[in-house]
Write a protein that binds this ligand. Structure first.
Ligand SMILES: *Cc1c(COP(=O)(O)O)cnc(C)c1O
Length: 402
């Protein structure tokens, strides 16, 4: 293959992304190599996707074995991996039924459409309103940017779907004021990911559940980022002990292979009757085989239990860096979804640290302009955490000019 350069990206791609200055070509575990053979420690995990790191043998095996057998049929036929995966997801969670798709936005699209249709069928068309939270992120389709709580993602795309309102996150009184018998559903991320790595408080999620019950509204948890082991539980709702009616999951569900799913209870599933919704690729055998392998690995004894210790190692490491440099005003998150919020002096500068880290051989993420985000492999070795934090130390020194 001819060698392609990062500069060529700008010639041939729509300019909606601004990727880093290097082109990665290979990964193994929590390490990645670029075209020049330079090595990077991966604290980004493909945005909370590569829960088992890169090129995990069990995933490579699932992909290649299924790849030799059957890739795709469409939903005109079902297939064994899809049934096996749905069985596994329903066994492991609150859910009774599953709808498969290919991304987080699609999982939310299915969740929101199901909620509207369920209210329509059971209460009539007046009950169609959706309440979401400010700073939330639910995907980039027109419906999901409309439900998402960040105005910048809908600017210029209006008119957007109606019947949607937003209330401040972690503010139960605001939700109490907004919710009514016209509310079809409330959608919440148990931890706001893109919005700045902000976990919900315990009282908030309990209160949201109660308000939904009082108003016959469905509770949707968007666990696209917080799910599939990220918090040390398979899904974050288990951490809170608050159960939704509908849950969307994607990102780590395929460990890097595109797949999404909408999980729900038997009480609401029938509203998505034959012909009401669909996806050509959704539930294809290739994606479902890989996802089965992801869940098999993550549910092996001890794997999710180890996430908490790794989380503490990160937070201690970040606290030590903060002792040295004093650039963070908050270090927060659950499990291996961690955010470090910059002090007022460094507001808007999260990207600068990202760039310096890449130069030092470390891949990480931002969550908005002020928060550095870490969403590494859930099985990242402690040695890689330590080595990555040392690189972050060097990157901070570089930005501060020390
Ligand atoms: C990433 C994300 C989405 C969108 O997922 P895509 O696969 O990019 O469509 C939706 N909700 C949350 C909470 C996310 O983090």
């Amino acid at each position: 293959m001819t060698e392609h350069t990062r500069e060529q990206f700008d010639d041939v791609m729509v300019p909606n992304y601004a990727p880093g200055k290097i082109i990665p070509v290979k990964g193994e575990g929590s390490r990645v190599w670029d075209q020049d053979g330079r090595e990077y420690i991966d604290f980004a995990g493909g945005i909370a996707v590569n829960a088992l790191g890169h090129a995990h043998p069990a995933l490579v095996n699932a992909l290649t074995e299924q790849g030799k057998k059957l890739w795709h049929l469409s939903n005109v036929m079902t297939n064994e991996p899809a049934i096996a995966l749905a069985k596994k997801l329903t066994d492991l969670t609150f859910a009774d039924k599953v709808f498969f798709c290919n991304s987080g936005a699609e999982a939310n699209e299915a969740a929101l459409k199901l909620a509207r249709r369920h209210a329509f069928l059971n209460h009539g068309e007046a009950k169609h309103e959706i309440i979401s939270t400010l700073s939330s992120f639910h995907g980039r389709t027109l419906f999901t940017v409309s439900v998402g709580g960040q105005a910048k993602y809908k600017e210029g795309f209006e008119p957007t779907p109606g019947g949607i309102s937003h209330v401040p996150y972690n503010d139960l009184a605001a939700l109490r004021d907004q919710i009514s018998d016209k509310t079809a559903a409330v959608i919440v991320e148990p931890i706001q990911g893109e919005g700045g790595v902000t976990p919900a408080t315990q009282e908030y999620l309990e209160g949201v559940r109660q308000l939904c019950d009082e108003h016959d509204a469905l509770l949707i948890f968007d666990e696209v980022q917080s799910g599939v082991g990220r918090t040390g539980h398979l899904y974050a709702y288990e951490h809170y002990g608050v159960t939704p009616d509908i849950l969307s999951t994607a990102k780590a569900l395929g460990g890097g292979f595109p797949i999404g799913a909408m999980l729900c209870t038997d009480a609401v599933a029938p509203s998505l009757a034959i012909g009401t919704h669909g996806s050509t690729y959704g539930g294809n055998p290739l994606a479902c085989s890989v996802s089965l392998a992801v869940l098999d690995e993550l549910t092996k004894p001890g794997v999710l239990d180890a996430v908490q210790a790794k989380s503490e190692r990160y937070k201690a490491g970040l606290a030590a860096l903060n002792e040295k440099y004093g650039i963070f005003k908050d270090i927060r998150g659950l499990g291996l979804l961690i955010g470090a919020e910059l002090t007022d002096e460094w507001q808007g500068k999260a990207k600068d640290f990202l760039g310096a880290a890449l130069e030092q051989g470390l891949m990480m993420l931002v969550a908005g302009p002020n928060v550095i985000r870490f969403a590494p492999s859930l099985i990242i070795p402690d040695a890689d955490i330590d080595e990555g934090l040392a690189k972050l130390d060097a990157a901070i020194a570089q930005v501060l000019g020390r």
